[in-house]
Design a protein around this ligand. Structure first.
Ligand code: AMP
Length: 181
């Protein structure tokens, strides 16, 4: 199906392409920048194929992408699964009738939204983001899906910061991460 045969990169090789940016977006945060991974055609296809292989044979109705870097991978996966793409966005961005969930951050809280008509009862979905940190964001997205009657088949992340134990918050779903730090 693909036009060009590209090199399959291992998780260890992919890990070397993640760029650490200290103190971004604020002091004390080590930001994991995936843009060097995305610009490499071998890496990009290896990432997409990794998740396509994991969910092969499953019926997936929608791939849920979490704003904003979750939007990068999810349409590529949706295309491969023959599924639709549904955005979960930050508060105030979606135009039509929506469902909102508010969740706790280390300091304060945040909200995520989904269009009410984005998922039907019994629809099977996977939730995609670039990175799993404390798990609050992914858990909130799963809550939105379930409020609409959707079924979360799994969660997929390019990177997992294992030391933050984000798996604890979403342990009722299968969790797949390609690169762990
Ligand atoms: P959390 O809810 O703590 O799991 O945070 C996950 C969300 O925050 C994802 O949407 C990530 O894009 C973003 N995020 C958290 N920590 C980092 C980090 N160190 N580098 C890049 N993105 C991060």
């Amino acid at each position: 199906m693909y036009a060009e045969k590209l090199k399959v990169m291992s998780p260890e090789e992919l890990k070397k392409l993640v760029r650490d940016v200290p103190d971004f977006p604020k002091s004390g945060i080590m930001f994991k920048d995936i843009t060097p991974l995305l610009k490499d055609k071998h890496a990009l296809r290896s990432i997409v194929d990794y998740f396509v292989d994991i969910f092969r044979g499953k019926t997936i109705h929608q791939v849920i992408g979490i704003e904003s870097r979750g939007f990068i991978l999810s349409p590529a996966l949706a295309y491969q699964f023959g599924a639709g793409f549904v955005p979960v966005r930050k508060k105030g961005k979606l135009p039509a009738a929506k469902e909102t969930v508010t969740y706790a951050l280390e300091y304060g809280e945040d909200s995520l939204e989904i269009h009410k008509d984005a998922i039907g009862k019994g629809d099977q979905v996977i939730i995609v983001d670039d990175l799993l940190a404390t798990g609050g964001t992914a858990a909130a997205a799963a809550e939105l899906v379930e409020r609409l009657g959707g079924v979360v088949l799994g969660t997929a992340f390019i990177i997992e910061l294992s030391f933050l134990k984000g798996q604890d918050k979403i342990k009722k779903y299968p969790i797949y991460s390609l690169i762990q730090f």
